[in-house]
Design a protein. Structure first.
Length: 221
């Protein structure tokens, strides 16, 4: 399990951006910047009613413009959550963004108002993968570790090198995703923490192998 207090010491500022995605379609994310504008109920309704979907996902993004400090937290609203109203979910998520709360306060509030009990980061990581941010479907991620495997630097690097389109990309930055409850067997929703793993060189984002391995050791072992 990842220590929430340890995470809080690594994520020292409040997020400046969040985005919503329907059914994992991050290529079509609704991106909202802090204090950019106040959303009306009509705008929220228009987004929710635009097309049929089943699942709504929120992502909070910290240090969006800093490759070595960027963190992303992903939460999928599902049937295990006490909150069922998608419009209320959006309102709660926006309030947490605009209130400039720290990482730990955001997690605790989502536990209380959305999930209904202390849950987030209380279960072990069961999958680690890497992909191109907001191109998870079109490019596809690479799995670096699964629950039950021994962690191996050599295996991790070999799996990364098998996907050159992820190792270097002009599309967007890469995300090293620590996934909790990927199989849906826990009493709560799937959630994800994406940690820094790349640096921009020219017009390309390039995977930083050392940073990737260090973060896997830090948050897995």
């Amino acid at each position: 399990m990842i220590d929430i207090n340890f995470l809080s010491s690594s994520i020292l500022i409040s997020p400046k951006i969040l985005q919503f995605a329907k059914d994992g379609k991050f290529e079509e994310s609704w991106i909202i910047k802090k204090d950019q504008f106040l959303l009306t109920d009509q705008e929220i309704d228009a987004y929710l009613n635009k097309e049929p979907y089943k699942q709504l996902i929120v992502e909070y993004i910290w240090n969006n413009d800093q490759d070595d400090k960027r963190y992303v937290f992903t939460l999928k609203l599902d049937d295990t959550c006490i909150l069922k109203d998608h419009k209320e979910f959006i309102h709660i998520c926006l309030e947490l963004l605009n209130d400039s709360l720290d990482f730990k306060s955001i997690i605790q509030t989502l536990d209380e108002k959305v999930i209904g009990h202390p849950y987030l980061f209380s279960v072990p990581v069961d999958l680690i993968r890497m992909g191109i941010f907001n191109f998870w479907f079109s490019v596809g991620p690479v799995d670096l570790w699964k629950q039950g495997e021994d962690f191996s630097e050599q295996t991790t690097l070999s799996r990364l090198q098998s996907r050159p389109e992820i190792m270097k990309s002009t599309l967007n930055y890469q995300g090293l995703a620590f996934i909790f409850n990927s199989a849906g067997t826990q009493n709560g929703p799937n959630h994800i923490l994406k940690t820094p793993c790349c640096k921009k060189i020219g017009n390309e984002w390039v995977v930083d192998k050392e940073l990737t391995i260090n973060n896997m050791k830090k948050f897995l072992l």
